[in-house]
Design a protein around this ligand. Structure first.
Ligand code: SF4
Length: 355
């Protein structure tokens, strides 16, 4: 990502973190603005190319920490999102941000000392946090250095915090720099979203190849960190089982099971408003044309029997890697949970802690 212009809100322009991020984008034209909201109002219908999408360094005026909204009448995994940025350099066909956000700018919130204060005030007991809800947690890590600066400070707030950084990038932990994080090894989880390479080619434009993601995950594991792997969204095709087996085989060959903190499974789902956007923006993508029906949350999903079949198969194949790996379903109904596990998540061994 090479933004030609970087807007900086006046109020946060002098923060050391703003200046540190800015230094990494040398060559871009910098413009000081009063308030990002005025910029969004003027340009909310503009579509910028991902490669030179303008960047905004802004103040988070809302809450940094939010309970993951989950989805109506589906089971949520008790996750908290940490909203440190909005936008992504990748261009996945199924990305919900396309219909969710009216902000065309890649926005990084830099008042992160306020984020620390907010977390400090809210943590009561064990909590899982993740920054990957409205952005890819590590895609711009080279510029933001969040892992080495703010993640240790977050973990230091309480040993009850687990911080998950989820990505489709090939960002790789560097052995030397990672030593500064070593005391938080038990609290930091580096996570990769995975899909078969043919789907990455067709539906995850700009994101890194599967092998590079797995290699990066392997490095994190070799540095002593736990990693998570998210099969989400699983996209059905005639040969889906063989395609996903190639991913599972790569995981088995590269990542020791004891270094896997958890895996998640979630089949494709999207709001009806996203469908015309996908059709128009990605005419070659076929993901919206399968048999998909609205669920109780109105999102389009594969029929329940097909979802159950996919989850049961994936669970069997994951158990063949190691029988004790915690695997949860993302945004699924209680009925599907019961059909797949014969019980609800809080009763499933290995998952009761997470849920
Ligand atoms: S990586 Fe995530 S945030 Fe980025 S485009 Fe893909 S789905 Fe959206």
């Amino acid at each position: 990502m090479r933004p030609e212009i970087i807007y900086i809100e006046k109020e946060i322009a002098g923060l050391p973190y703003t200046q540190a991020v800015l230094q990494k984008f040398s060559g871009a034209h910098v413009e000081i603005i009063e308030d990002i909201r005025a910029l969004i109002r003027q340009n909310k219908k503009t579509t910028f190319s991902k490669q030179n999408q303008p960047l905004v360094l802004a103040k988070q005026r809302g809450r940094f920490l939010e309970k993951c909204p989950g989805t109506k009448e589906h089971i949520c995994c008790n996750y908290y999102t940490l909203n440190i940025a909005v936008g992504c350099p990748y261009d996945c066909t199924y990305c919900f941000l396309q219909s969710y956000s009216n902000n065309p700018y890649y926005t990084i919130y830099v008042n992160l000392d306020e984020m620390l204060a907010e977390i400090r005030g809210q943590v009561r007991g064990k909590i899982r946090l993740g920054t990957g809800e409205f952005t890819d947690s590590l895609a711009l890590e080279t510029y933001t250095q969040f892992v080495y600066t703010y993640s240790p400070q977050i973990c230091a707030l309480s040993p009850d915090i687990t911080l998950e950084l989820k990505t489709k990038s090939n960002w790789t932990l560097s052995g030397a720099e990672a030593s500064g994080l070593a005391q938080f090894r038990k609290q930091l989880v580096f996570a990769w979203s995975v899909n078969p390479q043919n789907l990455i080619d067709s539906d995850e434009r700009g994101a890194t190849p599967l092998r590079e993601r797995i290699r990066a995950a392997r490095t994190a594991a070799e540095c002593g960190y736990c990693v998570a792997l998210h099969f989400d969204p699983i996209i059905y095709s005639a040969d889906w089982a063989e395609q996903y087996q190639t991913v599972l085989d790569l995981i088995r060959q590269n990542i020791p099971p004891e270094k896997i903190a958890w895996l998640s499974l979630g089949t494709l789902r999207f709001t009806p408003t996203l469908k015309p956007i996908i059709e128009q923006k990605f005419p070659a993508s076929t993901i919206v044309y399968g048999e998909l029906f609205p669920g109780r949350d109105k999102k389009m999903r594969y029929p329940e029997p097909l979802r159950v079949k996919i989850y049961q198969h994936m669970l069997r194949q994951i158990a063949a890697i190691s029988p004790c790996l915690p695997v949860y379903l993302c945004m699924e109904s209680p009925e599907v949970w019961k059909k797949v596990y014969n019980q609800l998540p809080a009763q499933v061994e290995n998952l009761n802690e997470l849920f």
